[in-house]
Design a protein around this ligand. Structure first.
Ligand code: TTP
Ligand code: MG
Length: 384
């Protein structure tokens, strides 16, 4: 059955909120990002983009390109508050809403025509309500699948509304440059071009097997997209109750120094995912499976929710050293539960070790920034 999917993406989100909160910034090149010259731009207003400033560009470079720019610090709590407002509005239009990032969501409105009007009318109505209730503009794409809806929302930014109807899909794909595929990096684009593939439609000449051979797992996705077989569904937001990372060892061991390193690495992964999801947790659990397949898990609840690599890692390592191991270990992992959103108040200055925590927070922030820029595998803390 043909579906109708909407993709909504707010325009210059962080920068637009800053302008909303300070009308003297209207029409000016506003750049939101980190505080030091080593940090990067989160986003820039469309005025600033004209100078060549864009997300992920180092701040010092943005300053070179746009010396008259107004540089502001990220105010995540405020952006989250607005994001919630937007998501609440969107949820009035369909029970099937999938928020994908702070400023973006998919809606499945298949079969809503009778109740809410044509897809275009629904989109206009959403834009109008977001405008009235938040003072911000968004861009919406409408298409028969998620991939094309996302591509469409990006086509007429800002304040855009783009519709790709079912009978336009083929023509659209045959003209769509491959670099517009979400998730396609420079290297893949080069690889594709090297094979004479410039448009998504050009991929049709290749079988699924050929594409997999050349591009790995992503090849199968490329085949789907080119042949209009993006069946991925709009998935409801699930509440995350706990985050974990675990792994089976290459061989069973009782080597505590080695296990300690593994625990630290799992803790690092969990903490990074917590920060990425904007969550903090209070209970740290160490899970162990022994060589006879018996399992054990030990937990420790700390006084305040955390997303710090060091705190989670230290707690898990403490649990590891608490009691002697009764057998060799086959699998080990770390989980964090009792989660809450990072923004939900906790007065850090109530704690004596505020400075230590603040220092760790900065270390984590720097690590995260490097991970985002160069890929997760690049760095591991030199601990353990
Ligand atoms: P985007 O929707 O990619 O960008 P945008 O909303 O600022 O601009 P556009 O009009 O092109 O949609 O991202 C949403 C927010 O996420 C953005 O305002 C800031 C943040 N962000 C970062 O912090 N770092 C990044 O590298 C990107 C791409 C976004
Ligand atoms: Mg956006």
């Amino acid at each position: 059955m043909s579906r109708t999917i909407l993709h909504i993406d707010m325009d210059a989100f962080f920068a637009a909120i800053e302008v909303l909160d300070d009308s003297s910034l209207k029409g000016k090149p506003v750049i939101v990002g980190g505080s030091t010259n080593r940090s990067v731009v989160s986003t820039a207003s469309y005025e600033a983009r004209r100078f060549g400033v864009h997300s992920a560009m180092p701040i010092f470079k943005a300053k070179e390109k746009c010396p008259q720019g107004i540089f502001l610090l990220v105010n995540m709590d405020r952006y989250k508050e607005v994001s919630k407002k937007v998501m609440d509005i969107v949820k009035d239009f369909s029970p099937l809403v999938e928020p994908v990032s702070i400023d973006e969501a998919y809606l499945d409105i298949t079969g809503s025509e009778n109740l809410l009007g044509s897809p275009e009318e629904i989109a206009r109505h959403i834009k109008e309500r977001i405008g009235k209730e938040t003072g911000l503009t968004c861009s919406i794409g409408i298409a028969p699948n998620k991939f094309l809806a996302k591509v469409a929302s990006d086509m007429n930014k800002p304040d855009g509304l783009t519709i790709i109807s079912a009978d336009e899909v083929d023509t659209f794909l045959s003209r769509l440059p491959v670099e517009k595929i979400p998730g396609v990096g420079k290297r893949t684009v080069e690889g594709l071009r090297h094979n004479g593939i410039k448009k998504v439609g050009d991929l049709k000449r290749f079988s699924k097997e050929q594409l997999i051979r050349r591009f790995g797992r992503f090849g199968s996705r490329l085949h789907e997209l080119a042949n209009d077989r993006d069946d991925s569904e709009v998935a409801l937001e699930r509440e995350i109750k706990s985050l974990s990372s675990e792994g089976t060892l290459e061989s069973d061991t009782g080597d505590l120094a080695y296990l300690k390193r593994l625990v630290a690495s799992h803790a690092d992964k969990v903490a990074w995912r917590l920060r990425r999801e904007g969550l903090k947790g209070r209970t740290v659990t160490l899970k162990i499976k022994f060589d006879d397949f018996s399992e054990m898990s030990k937990s420790r609840t700390i006084d305040y929710p955390t997303d710090s690599t060091k705190i989670i890692s230290d707690s898990a390592i403490e649990l590891l050293f608490n009691d002697p191991l009764k057998r060799k270990v086959r699998l080990i992992g770390v989980a964090v539960s009792k989660l809450k959103e990072s923004g939900e108040g906790y007065q850090m200055d109530l704690f004596e070790d505020w400075h230590a925590q603040e220092k760790e927070r900065r270390v984590d922030e720097t690590m995260d920034e490097i991970k985002m820029r160069f890929g997760k595998r690049m760095i591991k803390k030199g601990r353990g």
